[in-house]
Design a protein around this ligand. Structure first.
Ligand code: TMP
Ligand code: ASP
Length: 233
């Protein structure tokens, strides 16, 4: 079937079912807008596993997504959506670019979850936008933006509570949303350790892509250890 789109971590194919696409999780790992990259055997399998599991978990909590079914080790079927070109980031603890940008220490606990919205434009380095930019430039309407933020905060609550069971702190994460043919807004893209930060609450050990970004530990072994910890297989 026709390849519709190839991103850094996934390929998207057409299917013969109306409004249904097939996503293949790749073995490539990238960071810093593709400046650092590697091929990591087994990464696609692990991220398909995580993402399918988290989409299921979120659906059980009433959060709908594009996810339909895991159909192989590296593939899933999803509802076709038009991606809203925003990276919706939720931060519970300062880390990464926030810590760097404003000179606050990594690990500083935020008084409340902070949402950042970045324009999905690799060629521009995904610049941060404010609400006015988004509405004035027709990237999303006022009501859509409100919905995205509400959904992001609800997802944050569900995931924080889930990871707490395994003594893991959800530091931050990035999600994307898409619009269906009927105009419904669904969580899309992926939910995996590629797109969040997870620290052991006691030791602060990292179980996310920072191990690759910062050359701390091998990525596949780290993701496998996370899958084992969560009992996902
Ligand atoms: P940051 O601190 O690098 O801005 O990242 C914030 C969160 O967003 C972190 O959990 C990693 C995730 N993220 C992505 O999933 N994709 C990206 O392209 C970037 C920059 C961050
Ligand atoms: N996803 C981005 C990249 O592939 C950035 C990151 O996750 O650090 O370069």
């Amino acid at each position: 079937m026709e390849l519709l789109y190839e991103g850094k971590a996934k390929k998207v194919y057409a299917t013969d079912i109306k409004n249904v696409l097939r996503i293949e999780y790749k073995n490539s790992a990238t960071a810093f807008n593709g400046v650092k990259k590697d091929v990591i055997e087994g990464k696609g399998i692990l991220n398909n596993l995580f993402s399918s599991y988290f989409f299921d978990l979120l659906r059980k909590e009433g959060i709908e997504s594009h996810f339909l079914q895991k159909i192989s080790d590296t593939e899933q079927l999803v509802t076709q959506v038009t991606i809203i070109p925003l990276e919706v980031i939720v931060r519970n603890v300062a880390a990464g670019t926030l810590a760097k940008r404003i000179g606050v220490e990594e690990g500083h606990i935020m008084k409340f979850p902070v949402i950042e919205l970045c324009y999905k434009r690799d060629d521009l380095g995904d610049p941060m936008l404010n609400d006015d930019h988004i509405i004035a430039l027709d990237i999303a309407t006022f009501d859509e933006l409100k919905e995205l933020k509400q959904k992001a905060l609800r997802i944050n609550e569900v995931l924080i509570a889930y990871f707490k069971n395994f003594n893991l702190d959800l530091i931050d994460f990035k999600i994307e949303f898409g619009k269906t043919a009927d105009g419904e807004i669904l969580l899309a893209d992926e939910v995996s350790p590629d797109t969040c930060r997870l620290w052991d609450a006691t030791t602060k050990q990292k179980f996310d892509k920072d191990v690759f970004r910062r050359d701390i530990a091998p990525l596949r072994e780290t993701y496998q250890a996370l899958a084992d910890k969560l009992g996902i297989s």
